[in-house]
Design a protein around this ligand. Structure first.
Ligand code: NDP
Length: 447
């Protein structure tokens, strides 16, 4: 499928970054789409744009020592990969989860470059995190970990340099502890250094809801492009974290009916439509397990441990949990049950085999870098508010988010059309995201 130069570049990326399968997967998927622009733009090749894009501008790995509640010293590993700053300061979340390693951070950082470009806002791409899991830790332990993490990270970030945010395992509590430590270390109230902040100290309305809301709006646009709507249609959502909860909320507001949610212990089916107040109470307030939803909801809901949430018949599927959670067999089930739109709320939740099946079956497939870009877009809106020392209303911020999601959707479709792949959101997102970054890199010369 690739021409020789793309294949050689990919081979060299894989050889130079051994043992990082998620990063290889993300690069391969982008290269797959870029085949369509090779012929029209030989200048990208001449200036080794792709080789430079795949090499992060900077990769920081550091020790994070902290003391647990028993007085024992614990050591985790911190990462920040500053991938590309052609369009603005590095921007991307921090993930705290045991499985975090350099390859995962690089896959997320690489995706972030194109996603951030698609938002049309001036932000580069980066990502970071640690193999620390806040689940099961006390507040004091999480605070001491976050303070230690920021004691090193603060040297590398700043509102004009690199602006981290949350991701899996990093919510308002963690951002608060990290911002507090940054402020203390630098003696500066530099609100624009982190996003996802609390509303009283520089946060933006709608940031919490943005990724999920944006994914639902993107799915609605995908349906509209087919002359259809969300009204009354059954929708499957996976996960029950930040992205999933607010994707459910917006789908309900748009008239759809979400019938599933999940966590790492299993999934629930509620044919009457998820009771979001109950799910939020269990997940946001009590930090409980998904099974409790079925126990407390009674009649219409059941909990399934094992099996796949994608076996539930729906018209629209929104994977919102984690990478590689929707496999080939899941895609077959969804297609067999008549799904028409799949939009990724999480980053790379569908395996390449699953994506191929959707595309071959003519299912509209919205890749995460387009469909979940609402989160980072609203982070950039938070930075705008911080820079102008302003605070927008919920309606104004949501209006901006909706406008951005519609414009990303239109850009994907127009670009796919321009490059001879009508209706292919993957090609549209990758090519549109890539071209802006590549053109800026060309303007800057070889740096
Ligand atoms: P959260 O930590 O809030 O929620 C993650 C959810 O996914 C939890 O319900 C978790 O369950 C579940 N989950 C994690 N791993 C698995 C697994 N292996 N199988 C089934 N369920 C699993 O994270 P977010 O909602 O913030 O992020 C979800 C995804 O969206 C990630 O891919 C993230 O990178 C992406 N994303 C997030 C953005 C944001 O603004 N938050 C922006 C753009 C993308 P459990 O509690 O059991 O671990």
């Amino acid at each position: 499928m690739f021409d020789t130069s793309l294949q050689e570049t990919l081979d060299s990326v894989i050889a130079r970054n051994p043992g990082e399968p998620e990063f290889h997967q993300a690069v391969r998927e982008v290269f797959d789409s870029l085949a369509v622009i090779q012929e029209r733009h030989p200048e990208y090749n001449d200036l080794a744009i792709l080789t430079r894009l795949c090499e992060p501008e900077r990769q920081i790995i550091f020790r994070v020592p902290w003391v647990d509640d028993r007085g024992a010293v614990r050591v985790n590993r911190g990462f920040r990969v500053e991938f590309n700053s052609a369009l603005g300061p590095y921007k991307g979340g921090l993930r705290f989860r045991e499985s975090v390693n350099l390859g995962i951070v690089k896959f997320l950082g690489f995706e972030q470059i194109f996603k951030n470009s698609l938002t049309g806002l001036p932000i580069g791409g980066g990502k970071g995190g640690s193999d620390f899991d806040p689940a099961g830790k006390s507040d004091g332990e999480v605070m001491r970990f976050c303070q230690s993490f920021m004691t090193e990270l603060h040297r590398h970030i700043g509102e004009h340099t690199d602006v981290p945010a949350g991701d899996i395992g990093v919510g308002a509590r963690e951002i608060g502890y990290m911002f507090g430590q940054y402020k203390r270390l630098t003696n500066r109230y530099e609100a624009g250094v982190l996003t996802g902040k609390g509303l009283d100290w520089g946060g933006s309305l709608v940031r919490k809801e943005a990724t999920g809301y944006g994914t639902a709006v993107f799915a609605e646009e995908m349906l509209a492009a087919r002359g259809e709507g969300l009204d009354g249609r059954p929708v499957a959502v996976s996960g029950s974290g930040n992205v999933a909860l607010y994707a459910i909320e917006k789908v309900h507001q748009l008239g759809g009916r979400v019938v599933t949610a999940s966590d790492s212990t299993g999934y629930i089916v509620d044919e009457a439509g998820i009771d979001l107040d109950l799910l939020k109470q269990i997940k946001e307030v009590e930090r409980g397990r998904i099974r409790e939803y079925a126990e407390r909801r009674g009649g219409s809901a059941r909990f399934v441990s094992g099996g796949s949430v994608w076996d539930v018949p729906v018209d629209v599927a929104l994977p919102c949990a984690t990478q590689n959670e929707l496999h080939e067999s899941d895609a077959k089930s969804l297609i067999g049950n008549g799904v028409v739109v799949v939009a990724e709320g999480a980053n790379m939740p569908c395996t390449p085999e699953a994506v191929e099946l959707f595309r071959a079956a003519g299912i509209a497939f919205g890749p995460g870098k387009a469909a979940n870009a609402g989160g980072v877009a609203t982070s950039a809106l938070e930075m705008q508010q911080n820079a102008s020392r302003d605070a927008w209303t919920f309606d104004y911020a949501e209006g901006r988010l909706t406008e951005i999601m519609r414009s990303i959707h239109a850009n994907c479709l127009e670009t796919a059309e321009e490059y001879g792949r009508p209706g292919d959101y993957v090609v549209g997102a990758n090519v549109a995201g890539f071209r802006k970054v590549a053109d800026a890199m060309m303007a800057f010369g070889v740096i």
